[in-house]
Design a protein around this ligand. Structure first.
Ligand SMILES: Cc1cc2nc3c(=O)[nH]c(=O)nc-3n(C[C@H](O)[C@H](O)[C@H](O)COP(=O)(O)OP(=O)(O)OC[C@H]3O[C@@H](n4cnc5c(N)ncnc54)[C@H](O)[C@@H]3O)c2cc1C
Length: 550
């Protein structure tokens, strides 16, 4: 017997974005939040650095806006930037009111780092750090585990909320729209959801649906993101008629620990800030050949240099060395990195750390307006899954959690405002499994998953060329067909669903990268190394869908 649920609002994803919306909705609205793993999940709990907001009296809104526009390579939507930055203080206050314990000025240890200048004065209640691209101290944090603090508090509040039901181990498969039901207009009315506890597909209907499923970094072989960052929401939205924007801008973190058993462990850029040197396998340093700032060059330049040297030497990793510093210094500044590396028999006080760059953040996503509305009626997208225009061609550090809160609240405000105008969702058929069987060849999924992430890394990674992109396009087309055939014949599983979405979105990334005939922000191609005079967004439109009629 299949389960069927009806709510006012269905929120797919329980990271910072989804939980913010859930908590800002009117208490009279019934809300379902689903997560494909646990309540505290996604990239949110992994965020370390903090959240950018103008709080110091030495800082100002225009400066934060200007820094964001510069980082974004002239491709940000200025209105979205202003909306985000102007709501910075309010968002931090709201998070604090939900119980997030940000580090206060008076409790701060001396962080003697070149990336966070301790001599700069602070003002206000919270300790503020300074990160790459920010011209002022404006990053609020909860020690070095900001994401955990945010996720922890928001989860607690959601569990207390009487109007919110939470469903774990639920994987949204596809959205249900009027179009798919052959009804007029294109309204979203719910989703089919795989319950991983009993492998049955459930029907969730709702008057409003919010996608908060995070980014697409799992499309790449190496990533700092947790499992599950498989762009499910982007793929579902695209299949339902939503446009996507700027999918070619994938941010790579230069230094992730390289070890077969160390999944996604990030080596913070503070290690380079404190004098860590990047080394080739023969122990030679190389950053001076790429940028006069050497190890302190911006993230994308360092990532590109490492990628270049790895490709030149055919190396699968390089090294980051801080062992020339006194052990006391290393232990005081990097206790977590020291402890984690020791688990893999790497003593960072004595030897260099094997590193590889890793896909870190998806700047593009589902195109939304200032109220987080997509092209499909009553369908919203928020957080890393969306493209608000804030990041343009490159995300500035610590702007992303702020965007989750600002646009999560904007979605809730809009739903609250229209709550009484929108009729209940119409009936929809239950999931039909009569034509499919259990898979007898799961190796197809494992093989294609590996192949996809490998060619995305090699051909659509940090440094691109037309030839590499064409190779990737050819391969993704073959995989797409193979996975569609598989999907049509076998029962769904989480792995199959993630692979289907990854192939879908990998195709969108490749097509967007092929369209951009210039190097801008995070998109760097050897065939067009210069910027074009007039920057344009790359917007892809699914065919045969009508856009919204709000
Ligand atoms: C290591 C690391 C460090 C970072 N540091 C910072 C930082 O210091 N400051 C900053 O601003 N940003 C930082 N970021 C980026 C930031 O953490 C993310 O952009 C942000 O947390 C995204 O939040 P979200 O709510 O959009 O998605 P996520 O937090 O990724 O949550 C996605 C949710 O969707 C669910 N989900 C996904 N697909 C489905 C599906 N099909 N069905 C049901 N549920 C689904 C997941 O289970 C999860 O609950 C960092 C990211 C990483 C990985």
């Amino acid at each position: 017997m299949q389960s069927s649920f009806v709510y006012d609002v269905l929120i797919i994803g329980s990271g910072a974005a989804g939980l913010t919306t859930a908590l800002c909705l009117n208490e009279a609205l019934s809300v379902a939040v689903i997560s494909k793993t646990t309540l505290s999940s996604g990239s949110t709990p992994w965020a370390q650095g903090g959240i950018a907001a103008v709080l110091s009296d030495q800082d100002n809104i225009d400066s934060h806006i200007q820094d964001t526009l510069i980082a974004g390579g002239d491709l940000c939507n200025e209105q979205a930037v202003r909306q985000t930055v102007e709501n910075g203080r309010k968002s931090i206050e709201w998070l604090a009111s939900q119980g997030v314990n940000f580090t206060e000025e008076k409790n701060t240890p001396d962080a003697n780092s070149s990336l966070s200048n301790p001599s700069a004065p602070n003002s206000g209640q919270y300790h503020l750090t300074k990160e790459g691209g920010h011209s002022h101290r404006r990053v609020v944090h909860a020690d070095d585990a900001t994401g955990q603090a945010v996720s922890g508090s928001l989860c607690e509040r959601v569990l207390e909320a009487d109007n919110v039901d939470f469903f774990e181990q639920r994987v949204a498969i596809d959205l249900i729209t009027h179009k798919k039901l052959s009804l007029p207009g294109n309204r979203c009315i719910g989703a089919y959801v795989l319950n991983q506890n009993d492998n049955r597909v459930e029907l969730f209907r709702a008057r409003f649906v919010v996608i908060a499923t995070g980014g697409a970094s799992k499309a790449y072989l190496y990533t700092s993101n947790p499992d599950g960052a498989s762009c499910d929401g982007m793929a579902m939205a695209w299949r339902s008629g939503c446009r996507v924007a700027n999918m070619e801008f994938n941010q790579f973190h230069p230094t992730c620990l390289y070890h077969p058993k160390a999944k996604s462990f990030l080596i913070t850029e503070a290690v380079r800030g404190e004098g860590g040197k990047l080394l080739l396998p023969n122990g030679e340093s190389f950053m001076h050949r790429f940028d006069p700032r050497e190890e302190l060059a911006p993230r994308d330049i360092v990532a590109r240099a490492i990628d270049h040297e790895m490709k030149r030497l055919g190396a699968d990793h390089l090294y980051l060395d801080i062992s020339h510093k006194k052990p006391n210094f290393v232990l005081k500044h990097f206790p977590t990195i020291h402890e984690t590396c020791l688990k893999f028999n790497i003593d960072i006080c004595k030897e260099p750390i094997p590193i590889v760059p890793a896909a870190h953040y998806t700047c593009g996503g589902i195109l939304v307006d200032h109220r987080s509305r997509t092209d499909v009626n009553q369908l919203y997208a928020i957080g890393e899954a969306s493209s608000t225009g804030l990041h343009g061609a490159n995300r500035m550090a610590s702007n992303s959690l702020l965007e989750c809160v600002v646009f999560g609240q904007a979605a809730a405000d809009d739903i609250n405002k229209h709550a009484t105008d929108i009729p209940p969702p119409p009936m929809a058929p239950l999931w039909d499994e009569s034509q499919v069987t259990n898979s007898d060849e799961d190796v197809v999924i494992a093989h294609n998953w590996e192949e996809l992430r490998r060619f995305m890394w090699d051909y659509v990674g940090i440094v691109r060329t037309d030839k590499r992109l064409q190779r990737a396009k050819h391969r993704v087309d073959v995989l797409h067909q193979e996975i569609l055939d598989y999907y049509s014949n076998y029962k769904v599983s989480n792995d199959l669903l993630e692979l289907r979405n990854l192939v879908n979105v990998a195709d969108l990334i490749i097509c967007s990268a092929i369209q951009r005939k210039e190097s801008r922000g995070l998109h760097y191609t050897l065939d067009y190394p210069e910027k074009m005079d007039s920057p344009q967004d790359t917007i892809l439109t699914p065919t045969n869908f009508s856009t919204r009629d709000w």
